[in-house]
Design a binder for this molecule. Structure first.
Ligand code: ZN
Length: 281
């Protein structure tokens, strides 16, 4: 009898533990004492509010703001993200949507705290919603939007077009949208996860097809990245680029406008994925 009681107690204990997400551990990648960076405006309508390794962005429209990804759950992150917005004159209460482009912790762990503060709708692809909900349980943000291939989201004058680009996660979500540099429009591509992690041959082949397709999108000018170093070999990283932007003189090109880099990056991703595929066969 005592044994049974003990088992029941242990069972309840593990049940209550599984309902609460396990806190992330401090690593060099997420330690804010080392990773805090100055937030900055990238384009008229795009702001970087991330840290030194993983990004978070605000897209501004006439009808409110869209927050992309929420970073980590370690102490200080919520304040960091909101303070970065305020430093750029962006009001967190104007956030209408929060979009999570991939179901990995560095992109969604800020959500449980932010959902208590923000009055926003939350969006991700169904496959990655499953990852987020399995991890966060009742602390998960609500599944307000289930983003599917070809969906669009319009807020004010801005329309985002979504593509589901699996490979990093099953439901990695990418976005196409216009960005503006002193009023001049450029076409941006924001890939939700360029590092191939899944080794299902079908998904690897889909990843390659997506990269081929992205490479051939006409008039793609700008790549927005969710980690600081997602650029083709030899190209400036996010913070090196930010330095160029900061010191830009009138008439200088915007350092994010680099159509050839998108093609080069896609070629590198395709080559890497083909190697993965060859090793699978
Ligand atoms: Zn990831």
């Amino acid at each position: 009898m005592r044994k049974i009681l003990l088992l029941v107690t242990l069972g309840l204990f593990s049940l209550s533990l599984s309902a609460q997400p396990e806190l992330s551990r401090v690593t060099p990648r997420n330690d804010l004492t080392q990773m805090a960076r100055e937030p900055f405006q990238v384009f008229d309508n795009v702001y970087f509010i991330g840290q030194g390794e993983v990004a978070s962005y605000v897209i501004e429209t006439s009808e409110g703001l869209i927050l992309i990804d929420t970073m980590w759950d370690l102490p200080g992150y919520t304040e960091y993200l909101l303070d970065n917005m305020i430093a750029l004159d962006l009001s967190p209460k104007d956030i209408k949507y929060v979009l999570i482009l991939q179901g990995h912790r560095d992109h969604y762990m800020g959500a449980p705290a932010l959902k208590e503060i923000l009055n926003a709708q939350w969006g991700a692809n169904a496959a990655d919603w499953e990852l987020i909900e399995a991890d966060l349980g009742p602390y998960s943000p609500p599944r307000d939007l289930v983003i599917e291939e070809g969906d669009t989201l319009t807020l004010g004058e801005l329309t985002i077009e979504f593509e589901i680009t699996p490979g990093h996660t099953p439901g990695t979500t990418s976005m196409r949208f216009p960005v503006y540099d002193n009023g001049v429009m450029y076409n941006a591509y924001f890939h939700g996860g360029t590092a191939l992690r899944l080794d299902d041959p079908e998904i690897v082949m889909e990843f390659i097809r997506d990269c081929e397709r992205i490479k051939n999108i006409p008039n793609l000018d700008v790549q927005i990245v969710n980690h600081y170093d997602i650029h083709p070999q030899g190209a400036l990283n996010l913070f090196e680029r930010a330095e160029v932007l900061k010191n830009r003189q009138p008439g200088d090109p915007h350092p994010w406008v680099a159509p050839d880099e998108i093609v080069r990056l896609m070629d590198e991703l395709i080559a890497g994925a083909e190697e993965v595929l060859a090793n699978l066969e």
